[in-house]
Design a binder for this molecule. Sequence first.
Ligand code: HEC
Ligand SMILES: [Cu+2]
Length: 394
Amino acid sequence: MFSLPTLATVPPLRLAHEYDASGEGLSGFFFRSAGMNDAAIETDGLFMLIFWFSVFFFVLLMALMVYWGFFKYRRRAGVPIERSASHNGPLEIFWTVVPSSALLVIFFLGLWTYTTRQIGAGDALQLNLKAWKWGWGLTYPNGAESQWAVTLDPGGTQTAPVFIVPEDSNISLTMSSQDVIHSFWIPDYRVKMDVFPNRYTGYSFRTAKLPADAPEDPDYGRYQDHWIFCAEYCGDFHSEMAAVLRVMTPAGYAKAMDEFDIGNKTPVEIGKAVYQSKCATCHSVDGSANTGPSWLNLYGYERAFSDGTTAVGDENYIRESILYPNAKIVAGYPGAMPSFQGLLNDQQLDGLIAYMKSLSDKGPAPAAEGESAEGTDAEATDETTSDAAPEGEG
Ligand code: HEC
Ligand SMILES: [Cu+2]
C-alpha cells in the first residue's frame, strides 16, 4: 500500500559540492563553486571575458596616462607648452569604433544568454513556482505540490522544501509572488530572476546529467542537490528563504511524482504532507512549543488568546487561523504567522484539519483513520471502489 514518506525517509541533503573556493582559481574565487550546467559554464565564461576585457583596458589606459602624463609630456623648465591638437579625424574614429564594437559584442553575448534563459525549450517541463514571505512552493504538472523537506539542523526545527526535477531535461518555471518582490536564485546555475506580485516571470534552465558518483538512495536512485535562495531583500527572514533543487534520475523522479499525486492520498496524508513542507518550521506535532503552538491536542480543546478571550479549536477556528492568522493570537505567542490565503486549496485545508484531528484525542479514534467517518468527499469514492475495508485493521 502507498505510504507517505516522512521527513526521515526523504533522502538527506547532499549538495552537489561544498561551497569551497580552494583550488578553483580565479573563477572559483568569484563564483565559489563550479557551474553545474552548460548555461552556468557559459555565464562564467562571459563574466570572465568581460572581466579580462576590463582588466586589459584598465591597465593599458593607466599605463599610457602615467607614461604620457608623468614622463613624456611633463612640463619642463625652458620648454614652451605645445598647443594641444584640436582635432584628429582618424584617431577619433578609431577610439569610437573599437570600443563600441567591443561593447556590441558583449551586448549580443549577454542578450543571447539572457533570452535562452528566459524562453524555455519547447519540450520543457512546466512547473509553477510561488514565493511568499518567507518561503517557496512548487506545483508539478500533475497538480501535486512538493511534499519533501530536509532538516537543516540536528534538532530538526529548520527545514527547507525539496523541489525535484529529472536530470538532463529542460525545466521552465512560471513564477509569481504572493506578497513582495522576491528573487529566485540557484547559485549553481548562476541565474536569478525577480518574482513579482501580480505579474509572471519565467526562469528556464537545463539540468545536467547526474555524475556516476552522485549519492545514491536505495528507494529513489542517484540524486544531487543545489541550493535555491532568495536574492532580493524581502524582510525579517529573507536570509532563511531557502529551498533545495534536487536533480533525480527519470525513474526516481517518476516514483516520487507518483507518491506526490494527491489522487491516491487520504486527507490525513495530504494534511501531513502540507505540514511537512509548509508548517513544520514553526509548529511541532509532539506537544513541544516552537515559534507557534504545537498541534498536539489542538483540535477540540479550548484556545486562550492574547486579548483574554477563548474559543474551541474546531474546524472553523483552524481554517481562520490559517487564512487570517492575526484574527486571534494564541496567548503567549507572537503574531508571527504568515497568512496562507491563496497558497492552500480547499483540499489542502481539509487535509490539514483532518491531520490536526488525528493528532488530538478529541478527534476520531485512530482506527477510523482513512474511513469516510470524517465526511470528506475525496475519500468516499475511494472506499466504495475497493473491497470492503476490514474494520479492525490496525
Ligand atoms: C513563521 C512561523 C509559522 C508558520 C510557517 C506557520 N505558523 Fe501557524 N502559527 C504561528 C504562530 C506564531 C502562531 C500563534 C500566534 C497566532 O495565533 O497567530 C500560530 C498559530 C497557528 C494556529 C492556531 C494554533 C492554536 O494553538 O490555536 C494554527 C491552526 C496554525 N498556526 C496553523 C498553521 C498551518 C496550517 C501552517 C502551515 C500551512 C502554519 N500554521 C504555519 C507561526 C507559524
Ligand atoms: Cu524573498
